[in-house]
Design a protein around this ligand. Sequence first.
Ligand code: HEC
Ligand code: HEC
Length: 340
Amino acid sequence: MRLRLLCGTITCAFVLLACHDPTSQPATLVPSGYPVPEGFPPLRVPPDNPITAEKIELGRRLFYDEQLSRDGNLSCASCHQQQHAFSDTIAVSRGTQSEIGLRNAPPLVNVAYGSAWFWDGRARSIEEQILGALTSPIEMASDTAHVAAQLATDPTYRTAFAVTFGALPNARDAVRALATFCRILVSGNSRYDRYRHGDSTALTEAERRGMALFFSSRTRCAECHSGINFTDNNFHSIGIHSHYYDRGRYYVTGNEQDIGKFKTPTLRNVALTAPYMNDGTLATLDHVLEHYANGGKPFINKDPRIRPLGLSSQELADLRAFLYALTDSTFITNPLFAKP
Ligand code: HEC
Ligand code: HEC
C-alpha cells in the first residue's frame, strides 16, 4: 500500500520532469577540488543541468537543511549520512512522522555513474529521483510549493538562487542543485584503488586472496558487482527471501520474471553501510557472506549464479577483508561533502 503511494508520487514526478533527458551527454566540467578519480570515466551530467561550483554549494546546503521536509525535522542527510557513505544504519527508512518505509537507504556513492535510480530502477534521472524523495509520503512528505515558500523566507537562499539560477527560490531549481551535489559524491580512493594503480603494498595478503576470490569464476561476485563502481546497473534476485513482499523490479516492468529483482548495489564503502540488502534484512557483512556461501533461499527468479559456494572459513574471512579494503576514508571525511 505504502509502496503504491510512493510509486504514484514518482509518476507525478516523472511527468513534471519529463523534459530531463536521461541519455545525457558526457561532460567533464567538474570544478577544481572535485576531481574524478584516476581510471573513472567522465561524470555523466545532463546537458540542461551542468555542474557549477555555485550549484554544488547550494545543493550541499539544501542537502543538510531540514526545512525541506513537511515537518521540518528531516533533511536528506538524516537518511544519507556522510560517515556511513551517505546511507543510514536502520533496516528501512523512517519518514517525517516516523512512518516506516519498505526499503533500506542506499549509500550515495558514485550515483552519477548509474543509469536508473532507486532499488527497482524506477527513476530515470537523479533529478526525478530527488523530487521523489522530497514529495514521498514516507520520506520528506513535502511538496514543491512548500519548498519554494520555505526557502523564499531566507534572504541567503534568495541570493544563492539568484546567483545560481537567476530565479527566486523554487523547487525545480532546488532539485537541480541537490542532484548536482549528489553527482559530485564520487568515491574512488580506497586501498583497493591504490593497489590497482600500482601500490603493491596497499593491500594485505588476506585482502589480495579475497580479491582473487571475488574476481574468480568460483564465486562469480564480479559478474554482477562489476566495473569501477562494482555494479552492472542491472537487476537480479539473489534469493534473500522465498517470498518477496516488495516485488522490486516487477513494479517497473510488470514482468513476473522480475519479481524479487533489485538493482545490484555498489560495494564501494560497503563496510560502512550496514544493514544490507534492499530491505536491510542482513545485519552484517558476515551475514551477507554466509548468505552467498549457502546459496540463498529457494526462489523461482533467483539467479543461477547464487548457489552453495563451498567456501572455507578462511576464504570467507579473506572475502570479508577484501570488502573492507573498498572503504574510502577520504570520501567520508571530505569537508567538501560535509554540512556547511
Ligand atoms: C526518510 C529517509 C530518506 C530521506 C529523508 C531521503 N532519502 Fe534518499 N533514499 C531513501 C531510500 C529508502 C531510498 C531507496 C528507495 C527505493 O529504492 O525505493 C533512497 C534513494 C535515494 C537515491 C537513489 C540512489 C540509488 O543509487 O538509486 C538518491 C540519489 C537519494 N535517495 C537522494 C536523496 C536526496 C537528495 C534527499 C533529500 C532531498 C533524500 N534522498 C532524502 C531514504 C531517504
Ligand atoms: C547475480 C548477481 C550477483 C552476484 C553473482 C553477486 N551479487 Fe551481491 N548483490 C547482488 C544484488 C542484486 C544485490 C541486492 C539484492 C537485494 O537487495 O535483494 C546484492 C547485494 C550485495 C551486498 C549488499 C550490499 C548493500 O549495500 O546492501 C553485498 C555485500 C554483496 N552483494 C556482495 C557480493 C559478494 C561478495 C558476491 C560473491 C560471493 C556477490 N555479491 C555476488 C547481485 C549479485
